[in-house]
Design a protein around this ligand. Structure first.
Ligand SMILES: Cc1cc2nc3c(=O)[nH]c(=O)nc-3n(C[C@H](O)[C@H](O)[C@H](O)COP(=O)(O)OP(=O)(O)OC[C@H]3O[C@@H](n4cnc5c(N)ncnc54)[C@H](O)[C@@H]3O)c2cc1C
Length: 201
C-alpha cells in the first residue's frame, strides 16, 4: 500500500498530526493525497495519565479515554484518513521516492513518514539507529531518548514529533509539535506557500 504521508504512533503527537492533516481535505493541494496513521497505542504514555492542566480538556480526564476517543474522533470527522490498528513498526528504510515502512504484519510505502513514538526505551525500529541520541530535555537519570532533528525535520521526507522529537513530556507540547509537523507537510504540498487549517463559524 502506498501513502503520501504515513504517521507512526497513535498517541498525542501522532493523532494530532492525523487530525490536522485530515482537516485539510478540502484544500486543492491535499484532495488527492493518501494519508494513513499506524494507531499503535499499547505503549502510549496516555495509558496511565490523568489530566488536570491541559487547555480544552476537562479536569479529571483519563489519558486512557483520550486514546479511544481520538480514534473515534478521527474516524468520525476524517474517515478518509486510513487508520491501521494493531500493527507495530519494526523497520524503516529508504526506498525510491520515499520510505518502506515494515510492521509486524505488513509493509507500506510512503513519501513522507512522521515518527510520533515516545521517548521511552527500548527503541526497536531498525534503520534509524544513526539518529538516536539521549533526550536533551529530560532528566538524564531516566535514560530517555530522542531522534536527532532540526525543528522536527530528520531528513527529506522523514519527520518526528512529540517526546521522541526532544520535547518535554507535556500533553500540550506533544500535540503542538504534531500540529507543527502537519502544517510543515501541508506547506510543502502547497509548493512552499505557508499553510494552516482554520474552520469558521
Ligand atoms: C503517568 C503520566 C501522567 C501524565 N500526566 C500529565 C499531565 O498531567 N499533564 C501533561 O501535560 N502531561 C502529562 N503526561 C505526559 C503526556 O502523557 C505525554 O507528554 C504525551 O503522551 C506524549 O505524547 P507522545 O505523542 O510523545 O507519546 P505517546 O502519547 O506515548 O504516543 C506514542 C505512541 O507511539 C506508539 N508506538 C510506540 N512504538 C511504536 C512502534 N514501534 N510502532 C508503532 N507505534 C508505536 C505508542 O503505542 C503510542 O501510542 C503524563 C504522562 C504519564 C506517563
Amino acid at each position: 500500500m502506498k501513502f503520501d504521508c504515513l504517521i507512526i504512533g497513535g498517541g498525542v503527537a501522532g493523532m494530532q498530526t492525523a487530525l490536522l492533516l485530515g482537516s485539510a481535505q478540502k484544500k486543492a493541494f491535499v484532495k488527492d493525497k493518501k494519508i494513513g496513521v499506524i494507531t499503535h497505542q499499547r505503549s502510549s504514555h496516555l495509558e496511565n495519565a490523568l489530566f488536570n492542566n491541559v487547555l480544552g480538556i476537562p479536569s479529571g480526564t483519563l489519558g486512557k479515554s483520550i486514546l479511544s476517543e481520538s480514534i473515534e474522533h478521527l474516524n468520525t470527522s476524517y474517515v478518509h484518513i486510513q487508520q491501521i490498528p494493531k500493527e507495530k513498526v519494526i523497520a524503516i528504510s529508504e526506498s525510491n521516492n520515499g520510505y518502506l515502512v515494515k510492521t509486524n504484519k505488513s509493509e507500506y510505502l510512503a513519501k513522507f513518514v512522521v515518527l510520533a513514538l515516545n521517548y521511552a526505551k527500548p527503541f526497536t525500529i531498525k534503520g534509524l539507529e544513526d539518529y538516536l541520541i539521549p533526550h536533551q530535555k529530560a532528566n538524564p537519570n531516566k535514560d530517555r531518548i530522542q531522534l536527532r532533528n532540526n525543528d522536527h525535520f530528520i531528513k527529506e521526507g522523514l519527520y518526528c514529533c512529540g517526546t521522541i522529537a526532544g520535547h518535554r513530556s507535556q500533553f500540550a507540547i506533544a500535540a503542538g509539535s504534531g500540529a507543527a509537523v502537519a502544517t510543515d507537510i501541508l506547506t510543502l504540498w502547497n509548493q512552499g506557500m505557508h499553510a494552516q487549517v482554520h474552520d469558521k463559524v
